[in-house]
Design a protein around this ligand. Structure first.
Ligand SMILES: Cc1cc2nc3c(=O)[nH]c(=O)nc-3n(C[C@H](O)[C@H](O)[C@H](O)COP(=O)(O)OP(=O)(O)OC[C@H]3O[C@@H](n4cnc5c(N)ncnc54)[C@H](O)[C@@H]3O)c2cc1C
Length: 380
């Protein structure tokens, strides 16, 4: 299905050029520091690459979802680009869809300029796959909510200025998910502290633990209605999973390209290593799997743009493409021999980064539960 028009192709060229000139030359330096410079957020904002889908009166350019896809695909070339898509296409939509006009006007234009960076905090030390186990509470006291609890593994958690926190506003609700709500918590609110976690890859997206101790936000920071948090998550998670599948797919394509280039150049026993039948077949298998992923993904992107319900199919794409990309990572690194294990080769960075994709935004196993349930199988 054709999803791109000429203006999309022109836009892709511009994004690619920007990334090649302004980001790729500095990647090693940023990786070493383990930080994506704050200044880059403003520059991405000035280019119109943050939340481009927002209407003009909220600071965007009213772009269709294809533009977000293009930005995400191009950003995948810096491996850790997912932190930017998380801000633009995963968290900002919660404010846009469920926020009051006053909340949208207050926060969204700054999200488009990069002055306000977003994160979403669902996971807790004892509640990851099973969000119904969330223990963080946000209890109403007068005109405020008082938040107590802990979140973990929060992407952009250190750099974020505003964090959408999933908390229990009604701890007695049965079933528990009916007591969950979304609250927008400014990062400088007293009672909120954060700690950066060290992780094996994705070094340009910080990951944090958040601690809430009598952290008070005005009642006006509730997003949407009380008790609807879980439903809002269910509505927005398909787009999050689509973007995660997209990053996995783009990474798989980059790793295949790395492997093919290397296999053509590297010589052993007097021949290019790609000319040994074993390696040629391995590359042919990788290319086939990568192509399968691309076909599935592009179809899903088109379905999503057309407004179709993709919840189950995106679960299929999310688990399969992320696992496929991990297989590609394994074989692409193997083809690089010892060089593949060295930091200066991009395959080693990509090998580490791709590992997270079968875990966040719902693990492979959780995706299979969603699919199995739709097939009428229960018992989980
Ligand atoms: C790099 C990174 C970034 C992240 N960013 C964010 C973020 O921005 N915001 C956020 O809220 N969270 C974030 N997460 C958290 C992520 O969503 C969770 O780690 C994930 O949902 C899994 O939860 P868990 O780690 O608690 O694992 P658990 O839920 O404890 O699962 C452990 C293992 O058991 C399996 N399992 C669980 N239940 C079942 C079952 N019923 N049947 C079979 N197997 C099962 C899981 O698949 C997994 O393999 C991030 C995680 C990582 C690694």
């Amino acid at each position: 299905m054709q999803i791109y028009r000429e203006e999309h192709r022109v836009f892709r060229q511009a994004v690619r050029k920007f990334i090649e000139k302004e980001m790729i030359p500095y990647l090693d330096q940023w990786e070493e520091k383990g930080e994506f410079p704050r200044e880059m957020w403003s520059r991405l904002g000035r280019q119109g690459y943050l939340c481009p889908w927002l209407p003009e009166d909220l600071g965007g350019i009213g772009a269709d979802f294809e533009y977000s896809v293009i930005i995400a695909e191009e950003l995948s070339r810096i491996d850790s680009g997912i932190g930017i898509s998380l801000h633009s296409d995963i968290v900002a939509p919660y404010i846009f869809s469920y926020g009051q006009l006053e909340q949208k006007v207050r926060w969204l234009p700054q999200c488009a300029t990069g002055e306000l960076i977003l994160a979403i905090a669902m996971t807790e030390p004892n509640a990851g796959s099973d969000l119904q186990g969330i223990q963080t509470t946000a209890l109403k006291r007068g005109d405020e909510y008082v938040i107590n609890g802990q979140k973990t593994f929060i992407s952009n958690g250190m750099v974020a200025d505003l964090i959408i926190v999933v908390a229990k506003t009604d701890p007695k609700a049965q079933p528990a998910y009916k007591g969950l709500s979304l609250l927008a918590v400014p990062a400088d609110t007293p009672g909120l502290s954060r700690r950066k976690l060290q992780k094996m890859g994705l070094h340009l997206v910080d990951t944090a633990e958040l601690f809430f101790e009598d952290c008070r936000v005005p009642k006006t920071h509730l997003l949407g209605e009380e008790g609807k948090g879980f439903f809002y998550l269910m509505e927005k998670l398909p787009q999050e999973r689509l973007l995660s599948a997209l990053f996995s797919q783009s990474l798989a394509e980059s790793m295949l390209e790395d492997a093919l280039n290397y296999a053509r150049e590297r010589k052993a026993f007097g021949r290019a290593i790609g000319d040994f039948q074993h390696n040629a077949f391995k590359l042919a298998e990788m290319a086939t799997e990568v192509q399968l992923g691309r076909t599935f993904l592009d179809d899903l992107i088109a379905q999503h743009i057309a407004g179709k319900d993709i919840a189950v199919r995106v679960a299929m794409a999310k688990w399969w493409i992320s696992e496929m990309a991990n297989r590609v990572a394994y074989h692409a690194l193997q083809l690089h021999g010892g060089y593949g294990y060295m930091e200066e080769y991009s395959i080693s960075r990509r090998f580490r980064s791709i590992r997270a994709h079968s875990i966040f935004a719902g693990t492979t196993e959780v995706m299979k539960m969603i699919i199995a349930r739709q097939m009428g199988l229960s018992g989980f």
